[in-house]
Design a protein around this ligand. Structure first.
Ligand code: ATP
Ligand code: MG
Length: 777
């Protein structure tokens, strides 16, 4: 392993350093946005390797996106390369020539970063399952093989739909397949099997859903396929049922690190817990020697509750993993209090906004970067004008500021559909842009076809893929022939491929189509035989030719067909790129990667582009200039959330995430009218705009009332009267989520007042007694 002299620690403040130098046992790092949590996590990995001589392969680091994982690896590579440049050449890395830089980076890659386990929960679990899934059996004895396919959301949806409408003949109004699918996914994210789900929710409806769930699992198993939820659920079950496999991975991963811990859900938590503790429930049995669990997060940025994320997991970290000794609290937690990302004005606005939430731990976030410009807020007549306004601003800023380029800008919105007017204008003005995590490249029809060919070659049991391409392009294999083949397979309970790959069976069953089916099977078989000798890229290239897919598109010659061809070529590039980046030539390797990638544009980086994305996708990122658009009631906060106080708080956290992405400059926009479902609708400005300090904002409409900002530091009344409760400082209260606490302060006055409450072990939180479930103790 590599040893270096840790000069990079100088790029950290004292608290970050404490976090980075933490070696064994549990540690929670909590802090607001932009305070260097992710930096601390990244540097800690480097420090573990370089200072503590930890083997890179024994480090498991969980990131929220694949892109974040890539960036983290690059960052670590750079840190080591910088240190080595000094040692080897005696000069700074950036003064080396390009060739020497590449040499160094590739050396670091081979010796270190390649061996690290950094990725999302999904990609890390996929890697584990590629080793061990064949040792797993579910509660009904279903099993999977190591060459399993990963079904994406649309594959999953159509399986469920098929079960609901065709197999069980249910009324799809009562049992909307999409909602059934959602229920199944939620059950999985809570770690529940069909039976356990039913036990927890005993009702007629649940019985049906459990039945669909059960059948759905059978069909996944029959296809040797997993959905995204299984990727995490199955390792957990496997670890629960097999001590020695858990023991193996427990001893493999000595140091576990999790970024964005506030958005962990129950099953992900369980996975982490098992790996860290070897499944031992008695704390006295835990051995933290040369072993650690290190998580970083910010409860104010918890925005994935619709995927069952639960920020109480973060709040519970210390009691879960700590030893409970008197000084435990300080040993197991580090708070970071300086913000290095945003200008003071942006930060102040963000802090001000989030203080309106009742469910939070109070935090300090000090600016370090000077006050910066005003925040600008623009009202537009409609969504077209809004887009025009934003694009004009981007052009103007690029013209006037040499340090800005297209890549400096992000346009953030609440829902995907909002991107279209912005895209139109960007295209009109020939500005390069990138939609992050939105419309997936891998969802396009021709890409799904190509992937289906590849999946079938890698995993012959994948009947869903087989059915997708058996007659695509048309090779005169008609519906009735396919159905009779399929029926036989179902009766025999074997994968369709086993029938199709057997000439005799095909001749018996497929009638006039037999010849075509055999020819098709022969073609696929020849690739299956070459699975180990050909690279993924070669297989893709050859199968697209051999199957007639490419010819078919060429013959069509329409513009659409040309686009599809171009996309297939793009896919080929993606495979090559993957093989180069990962040094993994196998088709299997590429397929896993493709299923988990959210966007092809992620794969080709380099060109500077304006980024467009939803607020959910923006977590953890930062941009010099941010446009937070569509700040309207019904959009942000979303209409679905306005009636539920807890959902409303999540919307506010989303807004907070958006505001805190900005480094230099923040623009807020909203429209007076907007096209919704085909008709114009009048819109009101978002309530969140009013929660921002008006003296920091310049707006193109004069504010109606100039409100003075309620300040937390001015003297507050000692008593707060509300309709039927009177709260005073010193009162003992019980909060439904945080437990017992004491009122330490009353903040603000009138309708906007709130209580500061100290909860033992959790610190002080600001709570709005009209919203929060609060009782007198
Ligand atoms: P988020 O909550 O949004 O994920 P974060 O806490 O993970 O934010 P980082 O992304 O790690 O914050 O850091 C924010 C910015 O501040 C980055 O550009 C990072 O490089 C920079 N930064 C972090 N720590 C320091 C430091 N000690 N000195 C200077 N810059 C720093
Ligand atoms: Mg971060």
């Amino acid at each position: 392993p590599m040893t270096v002299n840790n000069d990079f620690l100088a790029q950290l403040n004292t608290s970050q350093r404490r976090a980075v130098e933490h070696f064994c046992g549990p540690l929670l790092v909590v802090a607001g946005a932009g305070s260097g949590k992710t930096r601390a996590l990244t540097y800690r990995i480097a420090h573990l390797i370089s200072y503590h001589q930890v083997e890179p392969e024994s480090i498991l680091a969980v990131t929220f996106t694949n892109k974040a994982a890539r960036e983290m690896k690059e960052r670590i590579e750079k840190l080591f390369a910088q240190e080595m440049a000094f040692k080897k050449h005696g000069i700074r890395f950036d003064l080396l020539n390009e060739y020497e830089q590449k040499q160094l980076l590739s050396k670091v890659y081979k010796s270190t970063t390649k061996k690290l386990w950094i990725g999302t929960f999904h990609s890390l679990c996929t890697r584990i399952l590629r080793y061990d899934i064949n040792k797993y059996q579910d509660e009904r004895g279903r099993q999977w093989q190591r060459n399993f396919s990963i079904f994406d959301e649309s594959d999953a949806q159509s399986l469920v739909k098929n079960i609901v409408t065709k197999q069980l003949n249910l009324d799809d109004k009562k049992f909307d397949p999409r909602s059934v699918r959602y229920q199944i996914s939620n059950a999985k994210n809570l770690g529940l099997s069909p039976d356990q789900y039913l036990q927890k929710n005993p009702s007629y409806k649940s019985r049906v859903i459990a039945e669909v769930y059960n059948e759905y699992q059978s069909q996944l198993a029959a296809n040797n396929a997993l959905d995204f939820d299984d990727l995490i659920l199955i390792p957990v079950r496997l670890f629960q049922q097999n001590e020695s496999i858990l023991g193996y991975w427990h001893s493999q991963f000595k140091h576990i690190l999790v970024d964005e811990y506030q958005d962990t859900n129950q099953i992900q938590y369980e996975l982490i817990r098992l790996l860290a503790t070897n499944g031992e429930t008695k704390k006295s049995e835990w051995n933290w020697q040369n072993r650690s669990i290190f998580v970083v997060g910010d409860a104010d940025q918890s925005i994935y509750s619709f995927r069952m994320a639960d920020f109480t997991i973060l709040l519970n970290f210390q009691s879960d993993f700590g030893d409970g000794l008197p000084d435990d609290d300080t040993r197991t937690m580090v708070k970071l209090e300086e913000n290095y990302r945003s200008r003071e004005n942006i930060l102040e606005a963000a802090n001000h906004l989030i203080e309106n939430n009742s469910q939070r731990i109070d935090k300090i976030l000090k600016p370090t970067r000077g006050s910066g410009d005003f925040i600008y807020c623009y009202k537009a007549d409609d969504e077209q004008i809004e887009a025009q306004l934003v694009i004009e601003h981007i052009q103007k800023l690029v013209r006037e500021n040499p340090e800005l380029n297209w890549g400096s800008f992000a346009i953030l919105y609440r829902i995907n559909a909002q991107s279209r007017p912005f895209e139109d204008r960007l295209i009109m003005n020939s500005i390069p842009y990138n939609i992050v995590g939105g419309f997936k490249f891998y969802d396009r029809q021709e890409i799904k076809d190509a992937i289906a060919y590849l999946r079938l070659i890698a995993n012959p049991s994948d009947t869903v893929s087989l059915l997708r391409i058996i007659n695509t392009p048309r090779r005169s294999i008609g519906k009735t022939s396919i159905e009779s083949l399929l029926k036989a397979a179902q009766e025999l309970e074997i994968p369709l491929w086993e029938i199709i790959s057997d000439e005799t069976s095909v001749n018996t069953l497929a009638g006039r189509a037999a010849k075509s089916v055999n020819k098709f099977a022969q073609m696929i078989k020849s690739f299956q035989e070459q699975l180990d000798s050909l690279s993924g890229a070669e297989i893709l290239n050859q199968v697209m030719e051999a199957s007639g897919y490419v010819d078919d598109l060429k013959q069509k010659g329409t513009e659409e067909a040309d686009n599809r061809l171009a996309n297939i070529f793009e896919l080929y590039n993606a495979v090559l790129q993957f093989q180069e980046d990962s040094e993994d030539q196998s088709l299997q390797g590429f397929l896993s990667n493709a299923s988990l990638a959210s966007d092809l544009d992620d794969l080709k980086e380099g060109q500077e582009k304006v980024s467009l994305m939803t607020l959910h996708s923006a977590k953890g990122l930062e941009f010099p200039v941010v446009f937070l658009v569509g700040l309207e009631e019904g959009l942000l906060p979303h209409a679905r959330s306005v009636s539920d106080p807890l959902s409303l708080e999540e919307e506010r956290r989303l807004c907070y995430v958006g505001v805190t992405r900005a480094q230099e400059q923040l623009f807020l926009t909203y429209a007076r009218e907007r096209f919704v479902w085909g008709s114009k609708e009048a819109k009101m400005p978002s309530r969140f705009l009013q929660e921002l300090p008006s003296d920091l904002i310049k707006s193109n409409v004069p504010p109606k009332v100039v409100k003075s900002r309620p300040s937390l530091t001015t003297s507050s009344p000692k008593i707060l009267k509300q309709s039927n409760e009177t709260w005073s400082v010193g009162d003992q209260v019980i909060h439904q989520v945080f437990g017992e606490g004491e009122i330490t302060r009353i903040l603000g006055s009138g309708k906007k007042s709130s209580l500061a409450i100290k909860f033992p072990g959790l610190g002080q939180k600001i709570i709005d007694p009209t919203i929060a479930p609060l009782k007198r103790n």
